[in-house]
Ligand binder design. Structure first.
Ligand code: PXG
Length: 446
């Protein structure tokens, strides 16, 4: 065993480690590392054997819980049978089988699937598909892409450009030309402590009309939004908002992309958020739970007519000059097929709907704890927003994360907002336990 992985030495030598950790406070972390060595069900285990409830399904991705036997075995079997197959001008049966399986679960009409390896790649793929779709139809002047303030669409250039979290953008220069942003939908003055979709704010969708008036709608290729903006602190769409956005896009011939990297695969009690909200986009980006995070993978779903628009040229021509070495990787397809089987056998794509009322009650029961200024929930997601300390945005959130960890729960924080989204297999007593730990952490927080 690597010396660093031994329980007695773990953490002792990390300050000089070569690992530049992503989206992490490297120096702070390496001084007092929080490591996990094993996982099972809804729990992580530290190298020393302490048990932690996984309050955020890893990074919103381990929807069926950790180390599920069926998925593990499918991957083990696949790696020994076909480790890799080029996806360009060659195929392997699982890729076609998995795409068909996914299309059968996806919202009706979104019948074609493009494979990627992550949410970021799904987003950049969807943006390129949108631009190319307009171009092959003779509307190549539609080059503008519209995102939204506080949106998170991964970290590649396209996704960073349409994203709207300032800290993720500001040090990377001009990004991509021709991008604009809708205003965000957060309105705590009217909507604080809303349960599910907030009542006020459908009119924020009218901001798209403002951008249409500014740029002329004929220059806009696509609008991309998360149905629920999760990374920016769980912003649930106001009632009527997504409907309005859909109407405006349709009226102006603009493609609507839902980024469902987090919300797909059962998080809102239906397979996709699209099913839950009843508003159907033209493209959907997914990743994370598509393989229960066992093997990296993403997929972009598109309407049949988009796919068909690409199929009009000569048959001996590549219709979409885009794709990754690892698109439809055999291990990912095997993991994904086994994941869908687990989801179906255990009813996990709809289980959040059953847990929702209980989950909502437990979340909102934290209302009177110190520093809590808002609580938001949707499906099996909850956000507890804390007042920031003066001049130190995020400090209280970080302390909440650390205190919860000490008490046996791994939770994500976005600045001063705690975000909870446990595996969809969680039971009611475990929900109590998770909120119990958060409650204790909040009580002791300065
Ligand atoms: N779109 C959305 C909506 C996401 O939430 C991505 C794209 C990018 O996916 P990849 O696989 O490239 O990371 C995401 C990722 C958090 C958190 O705690 C959220 C994500 C990733 C890491 C942390 O909010 N979302």
């Amino acid at each position: 065993m690597n010396e660093r992985a031994r329980p007695e030495t773990v953490g002792a030598t990390l300050e000089s480690s070569a690992f530049f950790m992503p989206f992490s406070m490297n120096r702070h972390f390496k001084k007092a590392p929080r490591l996990v060595a094993r996982a099972e069900g809804i729990h992580y285990y530290t190298p020393q054997g302490s048990k932690l409830i996984d309050g955020t399904s890893g990074l919103w991705c381990v929807n069926a819980g950790h180390c599920r036997k069926k998925i593990v075995e499918a991957v083990q079997k696949q790696v020994a049978a076909l480790d890799f197959a080029p996806p360009f001008q060659l195929g392997h049966p699982l890729a076609f089988e998995f795409a068909d399986k996914l299309a059968s679960i996806a919202p009706q009409g979104l019948s074609k699937v493009f494979f990627t390896n992550s949410g970021s790649e799904s987003v950049d793929t969807a943006l390129k598909l949108a631009l190319a779709y307009h171009r092959v139809r003779g509307e190549g002047q539609r080059t503008r892409l519209i995102g939204r303030e506080r949106g998170y669409h991964g970290v590649n250039f396209g996704g960073t450009a349409v994203g709207g979290i300032v800290a993720n953008r500001k040090i990377f220069g001009a990004l991509v030309a021709g991008v604009d942003h809708l205003r965000h939908t957060h309105d705590p003055a009217r909507n604080a402590f809303a349960r599910g979709q907030p009542k006020h704010g459908a009119e924020f969708a009218e901001d798209l009309e403002r951008l249409c008036a500014l740029h002329d709608p004929s220059t806009i290729a696509a609008v991309i939004v998360e149905p629920v903006a999760c990374s920016a602190g769980v912003l649930v769409p106001p009632l009527g908002y997504l409907e309005r956005l859909r109407e405006i896009c349709s009226r102006h011939g603009i493609l609507l992309i839902f980024d469902e990297v987090i919300t797909a695969w059962g998080r809102l009690g239906k397979p996709f958020a699209t099913h839950h909200f009843g508003v159907v986009p033209d493209l959907i980006t997914t990743a994370k739970g598509i393989t229960n995070a066992t093997v990296p993978m993403g997929a972009v779903f598109m309407k049949e007519e988009l796919y068909q628009a690409f199929m009009q040229g000569p048959e001996k021509a590549i219709e979409m000059p885009h794709g990754y070495t690892y698109s439809a990787h055999p291990l990912a397809c095997a993991a994904g097929l086994a994941t869908m089987q687990v989801y179906e056998e255990e009813g996990l794509l709809t289980r959040a709907a059953e847990l929702w009322p209980y989950w909502e009650e437990q979340a909102h029961a934290l209302k009177n704890l110190p520093n809590v200024i808002d609580i938001r929930n949707v499906g099996l997601i909850a956000a507890i927003e804390l007042a920031p300390r003066e001049g130190a945005v995020g400090a209280r959130g970080l302390d909440a994360h650390l205190k919860a960890f000490e008490r046996g729960a791994y939770i994500r924080v976005a600045a001063d907002t705690i975000a909870l989204a446990p595996p969809l297999i969680i039971e009611r007593p475990q929900i109590d336990e998770l909120f119990g730990i958060v409650r204790e952490a909040l009580k002791t927080l300065a």
